[in-house]
Ligand binder design. Structure first.
Ligand SMILES: Nc1nc2c(ncn2[C@@H]2O[C@H](COP(=O)(O)OP(=O)(O)OP(=O)(O)O)[C@@H](O)[C@H]2O)c(=O)[nH]1
Ligand SMILES: [Mg+2]
Length: 729
């Protein structure tokens, strides 16, 4: 153990590392976090996920279920650096927690299972991190497991993630006999002997010397290919020094051109210290990442509304921070902030820029495992928790009241599953409503609404488990008795064959102020934006009239999927009326003709129109746009879309037949199956609506030995749910 008790921790942002731990479910993120807290001296015992004793899986549901549900932030220090660490959940239903975490991180450790390699959800979070431009290093965990294979895992990193792996260690021993690693940079061995708290350093064992030299050579070649300075040194002396290699690895990590790969076994406490060394050496500090951008708020003298501003990670700049997590704890409401610029102290008044409300900073905490340390101030680059904020929600910007700035909040995905919830006898509707409001405040990926037809309260979220956890939270933390209906998926509608030249006249000229707007619209399907695989082609429809493609449309859930254009010539419809028509069309997209679901994946072109000198107005054109598109959609061939997911099921070989049959009965399309050491791994695309209750079914079919994970892949047509369109009047 190397603790920093007596070591000076720098206050400059250069000494800070904000990092997340990302991976597929069960790869070992929480165990790694636990070991990091232990080796840095932040805790004095190692907790285990299966005993429900880890620091970051502290919620009672996490302990019962053995999975991480909520991203947890903890702080520790290593080698003179302050490390803020976010342990994220791997289950797909909680990927919004990952999204919010990625928004405030400067770097990440991507964890892979040494037996399974790159799994579907690790690929998804890798892409998610790509979108945020978060530099990563990779840790291949569970090298102690039977069937562990570093080289195979590295090959899957290369192939599935399409990145250049730069492997800096060679394992010593295999599976149960895995005891340490050769550090290929310093050509030393690190061995963790049983019962010892840390590793012993020594020369490379003779038996591995040749292999270690070969791998060092491979590393040098790979680095030289990507890094000009390393290449120069390589060409000059046909070798690269450890110092140059380390500097090059740091550069390549930050540009994402290469990914440093380390390995170990978190459960057996092997490989954690070098992982921390790599975090400090290769991952960026808050000063190494681009300055944050925000829009300046317009209610202050001299400020320009809407102007985009950059804020450097400078403790002396005006304060700006993003609230990325809010949690209710026994001691009160805890708000987690990433400070991007400036400094805050206890007692400061800050502005919640979006809500235009001031708040007071109570205590400032470094969340340190089982205890929180109160600190006097937090500076640019820090991740801290604060007590005392009354209303700021997840996603809010807090800033200096004299320099207002709104940072872009984390993206929120559209919910795909809903359940009706109802207060039980003892609960009362009012208490349920306030408990639901609390939940939504903490987790913006939950949505609560009242169904206009049934009057029921409907809770929507990212999946069955997400909703189950939310409802259970109401039961446990609010002590309420709640009833829950059957889960429903969120459908959408899209156009398979459009119409052209649809004319709509909105005219009211019966005395008083009149309304006059004529519009002519073309509607056509939008080409599928994503590389998604459809489950079933739609029913054959009548021959094509519009030039749009007839391929089954797939729309990524986050895509708005609507394009509007104008082809009006000669100013027959003035610009402001064109904008009003567009707004009217957007109104019409809220309810499609098949079942009142949101409509996506279409292009609408305004081709012509007419105005009246007195009676035309923006309002009239907006109304015309709405009714015109509503009519055009009724006339178009439409298809219903449902959310589909890729399921990966791992089952004992003797139960595979039954599991395959069951997937087929759920409209699943099997895309692959592979045998691996007595088990079969089946991948299939299945409509989400058919997966409700699957966990229980799989458990009973496999006597509890089967597991499955899912990954959202977008929307696909519901077989048979089409309308061929009725010609307009
Ligand atoms: N054999 C072995 N098991 C490990 C290792 N690391 C973690 N595990 C076990 O793998 C299981 C999952 O570990 P977690 O740390 O909960 O994994 P996670 O990635 O946090 O999982 P989620 O948060 O649910 O996505 C637990 O039973 C751990 O004890 C390891 O290095 N070797
Ligand atoms: Mg976990």
């Amino acid at each position: 153990m190397r603790t920093d008790t007596h070591r000076h921790i720098t206050d400059s942002p250069t000494g800070v590392r904000n990092l997340g731990i990302l991976a597929h479910v069960d790869a070992g993120k929480t165990t790694i976090t636990e070991r990091i807290l232990y080796v840095t001296g932040a805790t004095y015992k190692r907790g285990e996920v299966h005993d429900g004793t880890t620091v970051t899986d502290f919620d009672s549901q996490e302990r019962d279920r053995g999975i991480t549900i909520f991203a947890a932030a903890v702080s520790c220090s290593w080698d003179g650096h302050r490390v803020h660490l976010i342990d994220t959940p791997g289950h797909v239903d909680f990927s919004d927690e990952v999204e919010r975490s990625l928004r405030v991180l400067d770097g990440a450790i991507a964890v892979f299972d040494a037996v399974a390699g790159v799994e579907p959800q690790s690929e998804s979070v890798w892409r998610q991190a790509d979108r945020h431009g978060v530099p990563r290093i990779a840790f291949v965990n569970k090298l102690d497991r039977a069937g562990a294979d570093l080289d195979a895992a590295v090959a899957s990193i290369r192939e599935r993630l399409r990145v250049v792996p730069l492997v800096v260690q060679l394992p010593i021993g295999r599976e149960d006999g895995f005891t340490g690693v050769v550090d290929l940079l310093r050509m030393r061995s690190l061995v963790w002997a049983a019962g010892r708290d840390t590793y012993e350093e020594g020369p490379v064992p003779d038996a591995l010397l040749e292999e270690a030299r070969r791998r060092r050579r491979l590393l040098e070649e790979a680095v030289a290919e990507l890094h000009p300075i390393a290449l120069e040194e390589f060409c000059a002396g046909s070798a690269i020094s450890a110092t140059t290699l380390a500097a090059a690895l740091r550069d390549l990590t930050r540009t994402g051109e290469g990914v440093v790969v380390l390995c170990g076994s978190a459960y057996r406490d092997r490989g954690i210290e070098p992982l921390l060394d790599a975090v400090v050496a290769y991952l960026p500090s808050p000063l190494d990442v681009p300055p944050v951008r925000g829009t300046e708020d317009g209610f202050q003298d001299g400020a320009q509304a809407g102007a985009v501003r950059e804020r450097a990670a400078d403790p002396a700049a005006p304060f700006a921070a993003l609230v990325f997590k809010v949690s209710s704890t026994a001691t009160g409401r805890l708000s987690y902030l990433r400070v991007y610029s400036g400094t805050i102290r206890k007692g400061d008044t800050v502005l919640d820029a979006g809500a235009r409300r001031t708040e007071r900073i109570g205590r400032i905490l470094h969340v340190q495992a089982d205890r929180n340390t109160e600190v006097d101030l937090a500076v640019a680059g820090d991740i801290v928790a604060v007590v005392g904020l009354k209303a700021a929600r997840t996603g809010a910007t807090l800033c200096d009241p004299s320099a207002p700035l709104v940072l872009e909040p984390p993206a929120v995905a559209d919910p795909v599953v809903s359940v009706a919830v109802e207060a039980g006898r003892s609960a009362g509707t009012g208490r349920l409503a306030s408990a639901l409001a609390r939940l939504v405040e903490e987790d913006p990926s939950l949505v609560v609404r009242t169904d206009p037809e049934s009057g029921q309260t409907v809770l929507s979220g990212m999946g069955e488990l997400h909703l189950e956890v939310a409802v259970e939270k109401i039961r446990r933390t609010h002590g309420l008795d709640v009833g829950v209906g059957r889960p429903q998926v969120a459908y959408r509608e899209t156009v398979v064959r459009g119409v052209s030249g649809l004319l709509y006249r909105h005219v009211k000229q019966d005395g008083g102020a009149g309304q006059f707007a004529h519009v002519v619209l073309d509607v056509e399907p939008l080409e599928s934006p994503g590389p998604l695989e459809p489950t079933e082609p739609p029913e054959p429809t009548e021959p094509l009239e519009s030039p749009g493609p007839l391929e089954p449309p797939d729309v990524a859930p986050d895509a708005a999927g609507f394009v509007f254009g104008s082809a009006v010539v000669g100013g027959r419809v003035p610009k402001e009326y064109v904008r009003a028509v567009e707004a009217g069309c957007r109104d019409a997209l809220a309810e499609g003709p098949l079942g009142g679901h949101p409509v996506t994946g279409l292009r609408v072109t305004l081709t012509d129109g007419a105005t009246h000198p007195k009676d035309s107005s923006e309002m009239a054109f907006r109304t015309a746009g709405r009714f015109a598109l509503r009519e055009a959609l009724r006339a178009s061939a439409m298809v219903l879309l449902e959310p589909v997911v890729e399921v990966t099921v791992t089952v004992p070989a003797d139960t595979a037949g039954g599991v395959l049959g069951d997937l087929a009965a759920r409209r699943g399309r099997v895309s692959g199956s592979a045998a691996r050491a007595g088990t079969v791994v089946i991948t299939a695309t299945v409509p989400l609506a058919e997966l409700f209750g699957y966990a229980t079914r799989l458990r009973s079919r496999t006597q509890g030995r089967g597991t499955f994970t899912t990954r959202a892949t977008g929307y696909a047509p519901v077989p048979g749910a089409v309308s061929h369109g009725t010609p307009p009047r």
